[in-house]
Design a protein around this ligand. Structure first.
Ligand SMILES: Nc1nc2c(ncn2[C@@H]2O[C@H](COP(=O)(O)OP(=O)(O)OP(=O)(O)O)[C@@H](O)[C@H]2O)c(=O)[nH]1
Length: 560
């Protein structure tokens, strides 16, 4: 790395104190801008633009994955510094596949922070990384967890990890200032209508087998997480498409600064030293999801509905919240979604063995004598027989091309680009399900417990939080409910609500559900077993409930 002359005194990188006598103490926090974006979206073009720009007046160190891709001329090197690092996919214990910064990058950041040579760092992350996971690298918890698992994960540079942990985490020496996502305007809508996995597009040599992420999911992550979104290659789309894109991006991330660009030419002041990044904001989920709690009453289609404050309803992009205080019938939900979405279950927690066990468990439940509740009246009388599917149908595989066709042909779902929230399944009365759909891919997995199903002693202590929880309670079943935010183009709210309503328990089924849940002779397990016999449930097991404490820092577990 080349130290550079002409220090710009007084910039953000100037150390407050260099911790005399102890090389490990570093008082300054080196500000960092993290650039994400799909391959070919214009990240390298942006880096070159930043390096050439005189507007920031800073000496910047750029950390890239592939040095050959950046066209660095001698003049740029003189003013700045470029180093290379590789990100590496590792599997964390919680099953999450994280594209994280390797030890050598940590080392590089610590080293840069200790010198006066640079005042700012820009990291170009690979096209396949989720910015949230790179951002997590800047937390104390991450350094500690990585240190513990360093050996197993094959992580190099554990000496520096130890040092970073001792210092209290990377954030003591480096500060994430801004996260930027570069979007390729030409491809954005295409990326919403594909069922491709990353490995389909980028090949198995670049993507490890455990990586089950899809193109659409990754793009949505990159949009929803960013402080600044650069809609690049705007020259390649016509004016109406540009308006649709900007409207979609604003709906997906209302709090981001959205900038249109050609060849990534943006005012660098908008992406350097903005102080926009907040880890707290990032972990509480996408802006539009937070807006669940900032609802306004609006009139849509002649009906008064609660919906998030719309950023725009222009250009046909809009959003609304689907809500229900009844659970889904598992099989009817499955019938509704299985041929219109590629349904991924327990993403990142793939455990085929436990699934095999679960299957045998289900069989044994079916073989045992029905419990008292289940036998005291004919089960089928409450169920619409037309909806009955064989157990094996839950495992029916449909060609993704057919799924895409079906989704396009579905009045309810054809315009749906993104939906997210939580749901209540009749057979899983103590745990909420997490729903996240992006384009053709719908990911379903188990979340935390319903607060109504746990002792108040186990609730968070913070009064405001308790008040918020209580505000979600309604009637006998507490906070059990369905809340799904839908974002899309020319959304037919009535059609969506109608098909989802039809997947809920009917009134007689609900009475039956309530009888089982109200039966004091049942343990929790017996009640669930009984419900499983009444309402066929072939979805994969959700596994044990993750409590709020355990899931801290787990970006997938946005409860509110
Ligand atoms: N038409 C057009 N082309 C652009 C624009 N921005 C970048 N490009 C071109 O798109 C191609 C990819 O740009 P890069 O900057 O290399 O993209 P990247 O995101 O760094 O790509 P990877 O390094 O592969 O991840 C290059 O040929 C650029 O010249 C733009 O705004 N309009």
């Amino acid at each position: 790395m080349t130290p550079v002359a002409n220090l710009n005194a007084g910039g953000p990188g100037v150390p407050e104190s260099m911790g005399k006598g102890d090389a490990r103490v570093t008082a300054r926090q080196l500000p960092v801008t993290l650039i994400s974006g799909f391959l070919g979206s214009g990240k390298t073009t942006l880096l070159e633009h930043i390096l050439k720009s005189k507007d920031h007046g800073l000496r910047i160190a750029v950390i890239v994955n592939d040095m050959s891709s950046i066209n660095i001329d001698a003049a740029l090197i003189q003013q700045h510094t470029v180093s290379q690092s590789k990100e590496k996919l590792i599997q964390l214990q919680n099953g999450c596949i994280c594209c994280t910064l390797r030890g050598d990058l940590l080392e590089e950041l610590v080293r840069l922070a200790r010198t006066d040579a640079v005042q700012y760092v820009v990291i170009e992350s690979t096209g396949i990384s989720e910015p949230m996971q790179v951002a997590e690298t800047f937390t104390t918890e991450f350094s500690a967890a990585m240190l513990e698992q360093g050996g197993a994960a094959g992580l190099e540079g554990s000496a520096i990890l130890q040092e970073v942990t001792d210092m209290g985490g990377l954030h003591k020496v480096a500060r994430l200032d801004t996260t930027v996502s570069v979007l390729d305007a030409f491809n954005i809508f295409h990326n919403f209508s594909t069922s491709e996995f990353l490995s389909d597009r980028y090949g198995s040599e670049n993507i490890i087998p455990e990586d089950e992420r899809t193109i659409t999911d990754l793009m949505v992550d990159q949009i929803e997480f960013a402080d600044v979104i650069i809609v690049n290659k705007i020259d390649l789309v016509d004016a109406p498409t540009k308006s649709r894109i900007l409207s979609l991006v604003r709906n997906l991330n209302p709090s981001a600064r959205v900038i249109e660009a050609k060849y990534s030419k943006v005012d660098v002041q908008h992406i350097i030293n903005t102080d926009l990044f907040s880890f707290e904001k990032a972990v509480t989920g996408a802006g539009w999801l937070r807006s669940l709690h900032e609802l306004t009453q609006r009139e849509i289609g002649g009906k008064a509905v609660m919906a998030p404050k719309p950023e725009t309803e222009e250009y046909g992009i809009s959003s609304f919240v689907y809500r229900a205080r009844k659970p889904f019938h598992p099989k009817r939900l499955f019938n509704l979604i299985h041929d219109k979405f590629v349904v991924l279950q327990n993403a990142g927690n793939a455990d085929d063995e436990s699934q095999a066990e679960d299957d045998s468990d289900t069989d044994s439940v079916m073989d045992t004598d029905l419990t008292e509740e289940a036998t005291d009246s004919p089960i089928s009388s409450d169920i619409d027989m037309e909806d009955n599917l064989d157990q094996k149908d839950f495992a029916r595989e449909i060609d993704p091309a057919e799924i895409l066709k079906n989704k396009k042909a579905s009045l309810a779902f054809r315009g749906l680009l993104r939906s997210k929230g939580f749901f209540w399944l009749a057979t899983r009365s103590n745990q909420h399900g997490e729903w996240s759909q992006a384009g053709a891919i719908l990911t379903l997995q188990g979340g935390g417990p319903w607060f109504a199903s746990i002792d108040r002693d186990s609730w968070p202590e913070d009064r405001d939080v308790v008040r918020a929880i209580e505000a979600d309670f309604s009637g006998k079943w507490g906070d059990r409910r369905i809340e799904l935010v839908m974002i899309g183009e020319d959304l037919d709210q009535e059609a969506i609500s109608d098909v989802l309503d039809k997947a809920l328990l009917t009134a007689p089924e609900m009475r039956r559900w309530e009888r089982v849940m109200g039966n004091k002779n049942y343990t929790v397990e017996q009640a669930e077993d009984t419900l499983c016999q009444i309402f066929e449930d072939g979805f994969e097991e959700w596994g044990t409930i993750v409590t709020e404490d355990e899931s801290e820092g787990d970006h997938n577990n946005h409860r509110h």
